[in-house]
Structure formats: structure tokens, C-alpha cells
Design a protein around this ligand. Structure first.
Ligand code: SF4
Ligand code: SF4
Length: 507
């Protein structure tokens, strides 16, 4: 068994090492036809001229290639700015597309081979680990796992290593995708399989890469949850639900819609989490797509205005946060080993309420400004607020930095629901309904409580569940995502997630 465990870990680590190594592979050669096909007609002459010294030259690594290409554009833009020719400045970012089209190295030539040696091997190792490992084959449920002693789960060196990798990945993904070109080439055959088409137009973007990795991780770590909590039907159904919604609604359906020339849309994503739902280009794309596009628009509005309050009234925010949402799905699967790291202090609860409601207000104001601009054509409101600046600030600080870099990158340090607890505007909206108008509550049979503290330790939202149990007090907290783990880990059956008619809230 010991040998097997080392084999699983060895497979995973080898696959992961090859995956990282592929970023250093590759050769790049910029051709005139590739450049001409990628850039807008008005930029073609300039870019052909400025990149002439690098064309048909073979670059042995992407850093040198990207540096040369960006240097050519930056040099041109600098000249235009010096001459105050603002209209001639190139604001479009062609670097990722050009780097991908110029790739001629090992990964571009044999993507399937490198795919199986990296992602395939790591996935196999991960699956074997959760299926064979004695840790998950013993008695079901939570046992003493030495969480506070292991460097992977107690903010030790392994946690910092994993966190650094995740943070680095998100920074590259959002701000420098050209450096992930080889990874997009690795998964391009998957995209081509889905589309049934070959050719450069079906190469994977960084968002396809992200969606694919996100889905694989949720599936592998979801299987871990299914094995780990095999005694709990609630955990089985909930985990199966997030796996289903990720594979179908978040990954496959948007890809198929794009193939059918429909707007790319995750139909379970709800404003204000889907913060660009009302942006002009999103609205125009849906309206121009005809009947189905208009259906998407109406569906999204109905989900926000009717779906959220009605479903939250009956089921609490868990119907979304723990059963449907992609962020919640990742938190409940990949993030499960880190749920005990949530901050339980009173100060954290106070900060949480200010923070999450501020983000909700920010999202509402930003959307109001965007819609004002859409209907009036004026970008400045009240003479001071520029709607384009406000929306790009929201996208940068909340949409990228908070939700991605901090929200997921810091899983191993701050816990798995940092984004959901402190930053998600939809969680704030759902939480308001849950707190003031919902049947959902966790009831406590405090007479049975032995004060072991398992419930509080494993609550990913930082709720001191034991405090309520000891007082036989129902738990009606706006932040509770109804994951049910507190109930699953309670050795005395004290906690029950209920949606009865009687309003017994007493806090
Ligand atoms: S109180 Fe229980 S159900 Fe609610 S978030 Fe915490 S662990 Fe999950
Ligand atoms: S409610 Fe259950 S898990 Fe929480 S302290 Fe009491 S016995 Fe332990």
C-alpha cells in the first residue's frame, strides 16, 4: 500500500512537473501571413513594418519572442505619443494571439503527446490517490487528520508553495496570457474535438484553458469529496450537482453556443457575480443574436430579479452557493482541504459584513453607470464619474484581483471561501434574502453537544457553529452557504439543515 501511495503521488508530481516544464519548451517564428491574418486592417501596415526585423527569424524561447514583439509595438506607440498622434496609438493587445500563431516548437507539433504526459498523468495520479489511498478508504467522514500539523494544511511551506503557484497562475492568466501560450496549445486538441474543426481559428484561448483546468480539478477533487463523504447523501448530491453544473453549464454549453454563433454565455451565472452581463458589448451581442440571444438576456434578468429571491426564500443561499455556482464548486472540491483556515474571529465577521456589502454597492453603482451610458451615449455622469473608468476599475480590482488572484490563489493560506465570504456581490445579495426572508436555518439539538468543536473548525465561512449549538440556538447567518459540512462532521448529530415553515430564528 505504501508503494502504491508513492506511485500515485509520483504520477501526479511527474505530470505536474512536465506541465510546468512545457512552458519553457517551444520555438517561435513570426510569418507575414500569420501577422496579417490576426491584426486589424488599420494596424497591418505599421505592424508589418515594425516587426520586419523579427519576421522569419527563429526564437528559441517565448520570453525572447514576446520581448521582441512587444518592444516593436511599444517603440511605435512611444513615437506616436511623442508626436501627439493619439489616434495612431495601438491599444489592441495582439501579443497572445501572435505568440500562439508563431509557435512552431515541440508542443505545437505534438500537443496530444504533451497533453497526456502532463495533464493526463497528473489527472491519473490524482484520481488514483483519491480512489486507492487508505486515507480515503477507511471509515467514511472526517477523522483526526492532523490538519494543524501538516505543512500543506497549516499554512506551512507546502501551502505557501501551492499558494505561490496559484497566485502566479492567476496573474499570468489575467494580465500576461502570452506566457501561457504552450498550455493553450496543449488543450487546443480538446477544443478541436468539441468543435469538430481543425485549424488556427479553433486554437484554445486562455479562457478555454482556464475552463478546462477548472473542470478537471472540480471533477477529480469532486470524486475525492464523494469518497470522503460517502456516508452523507446530502454531500453526495451536492457534490454531484456542482460537478454537473461545471461540466455542462459552465464548460460545454458555452462552447457549443459559440460554435453555433451564439453569444458565449454560462446560463447559470447571475448578475452581479456575472458583472459584465449589462456591458454594452454583451447586450449588443445578445440582441444581435436574435431570439435565443434575447432569451439569454431575459433569462439572466429573471434569474436575478425572481430566481434569487424565490429560491433563496425556500432553500437558503445554498441552492446557488453550494449546489450550482462555479466559484462555490471549486471551493467545495479543490478548496476542501483548506476549509479549516477560515478566520473565526469577531473582527473578521465585522470586516466581512462591511467588505461584501461594499462590493455589492460597487457592483450596483458600476452597472447603473454602464446602463446610463448605454441608453444615453454619455460616458460622464454628474460631471465627475466616467462609466468606462469605473467599469474597468471594477474588472481589475474585483473581477480579477479579488475573485481570482486573492480568492483562489490564497486558498492554502486564507481558506477556501475568501471570495465568497468577503468579496462576492451575489453572495451579499443572497445573504440579505437568507438573513431576513428565508425558511433556511440550521437547527441545533444542543443537549447532545459535547463541545468537540468539529463544526466550528470545519466551517469554511468562519461561523462559530459550536457557540450556537451550546446555546441551542438556530443558526440564521447571512454568510452560511449551507454546505452542510458542520452537520456531516458532528459526531453527535446535533446540527440539521432545515427549510421548514416555522420561523424559529432567534438571533
Ligand atoms: S454553518 Fe455549516 S452549513 Fe453553514 S457554511 Fe458553516 S459549515 Fe457550512
Ligand atoms: S455541535 Fe457537534 S460538532 Fe459542534 S461542538 Fe457540538 S458535538 Fe461537536
Amino acid at each position: 500500500m505504501h508503494l502504491l501511495r508513492n506511485l500515485e503521488l509520483g504520477l501526479f508530481l511527474t505530470g505536474f512537473a512536465v506541465f510546468v516544464f512545457t512552458l519553457t519548451l517551444g520555438q517561435f517564428r513570426l510569418t507575414e501571413s500569420a501577422l496579417t491574418g490576426l491584426v486589424k486592417p488599420e494596424h497591418r501596415a505599421v505592424l508589418l513594418d515594425r516587426t520586419a526585423p523579427m519576421r522569419d527569424k527563429l526564437y528559441d524561447n517565448q520570453i525572447a519572442f514576446i520581448g521582441a514583439f512587444q518592444g516593436a509595438i511599444d517603440g511605435y506607440n512611444e513615437e506616436m505619443r511623442t508626436q501627439s498622434q493619439w489616434d495612431a496609438v495601438i491599444y489592441d493587445n495582439y501579443t497572445f494571439a501572435v505568440t500562439q500563431a508563431a509557435s512552431v516548437g515541440a508542443v505545437a507539433s505534438h500537443p496530444w503527446l504533451w497533453f497526456w504526459l502532463s495533464i493526463g498523468l497528473a489527472t491519473l495520479g490524482g484520481l488514483l490517490y483519491v480512489l486507492i489511498n487508505p486515507k480515503y478508504r477507511g471509515p467514511a467522514g472526517i477523522r483526526n487528520e492532523h490538519l494543524y500539523e501538516h505543512p500543506a494544511t497549516n499554512r506551512g511551506w507546502v501551502a505557501w508553495l501551492v499558494g505561490s503557484f496559484l497566485i502566479g497562475f492567476y496573474i499570468l492568466l489575467y494580465f500576461f496570457p502570452e506566457y501561457l501560450t504552450n498550455w493553450t496549445l496543449l488543450v487546443s486538441p480538446i477544443r478541436q474535438l468539441i468543435s469538430g474543426k481543425q485549424g488556427t481559428e479553433t486554437l484554445a484561448s486562455q479562457w478555454f484553458l482556464y475552463g478546462f483546468l477548472y473542470t478537471v480539478v472540480i471533477l477529480v477533487m469532486g470524486i475525492r469529496m464523494l469518497v470522503r463523504h460517502r456516508h452523507s447523501p446530502y454531500q453526495q448530491w451536492r457534490t454531484a450537482s456542482v460537478m454537473f453544473f461545471q461540466v455542462s453549464f459552465a464548460f460545454l454549453i458555452p462552447e457549443i453556443l459559440a460554435l453555433l454563433n451564439q453569444p458565449y454565455q454560462d446560463l447559470k451565472n447571475i448578475w452581479p457575480l456575472d458583472y459584465d452581463f449589462f456591458f454594452d458589448y454583451e447586450l449588443n451581442a445578445k440582441i444581435e443574436a436574435g431570439t435565443f440571444g434575447v432569451f439569454m438576456l431575459v433569462w439572466g434578468i429573471i434569474l436575478t430579479v425572481v430566481g434569487v429571491p424565490v429560491l433563496t426564500y425556500f432553500f437558503g443561499k445554498r441552492w446557488y452557493c453550494s449546489w450550482v455556482c462555479g466559484c462555490g464548486g471549486l471551493a467545495e472540491t479543490l478548496g476542501d482541504p483548506y476549509r479549516q483556515l477560515s478566520d473565526k474571529r469577531l473582527e473578521a465577521w465585522k470586516f466581512e459584513r462591511w467588505m461584501v456589502h461594499s462590493v455589492l454597492v460597487f457592483a450596483v453603482v458600476m452597472t447603473a453607470l454602464v446602463l446610463y451610458t448605454y441608453f444615453t451615449g454619455q460616458s460622464t455622469v454628474l460631471g465627475v464619474l466616467d462609466s468606462y473608468s469605473v467599469r474597468s476599475a471594477y474588472g481589475f480590482y474585483i473581477g480579477s484581483l479579488f475573485s481570482g488572484v486573492i480568492g483562489t490563489g490564497f486558498y492554502p493560506i486564507m481558506g477556501n471561501r475568501v471570495w465568497c465570504r468577503f468579496g462576492c456581490p451575489l453572495a451579499a445579495y443572497l445573504g440579505l434574502v437568507q438573513r431576513f426572508k428565508s425558511r433556511f436555518r440550521i437547527t441545533t439539538n444542543g443537549g447532545q453537544c459535547i463541545s468537540c468543536g468539529n463544526c466550528s473548525a470545519y466551517c469554511e465561512m468562519g461561523i462559530d457553529v459550536r457557540w450556537y449549538a451550546q446555546r441551542q440556538q438556530d443558526i440564521v447567518r447571512s454568510s452560511c452557504v449551507g454546505c452542510g459540512i458542520c452537520s456531516a462532521v458532528c459526531p453527535r448529530g446535533v446540527l440539521n439543515l432545515e427549510t421548514g415553515r416555522v420561523d424559529t430564528r432567534n438571533i
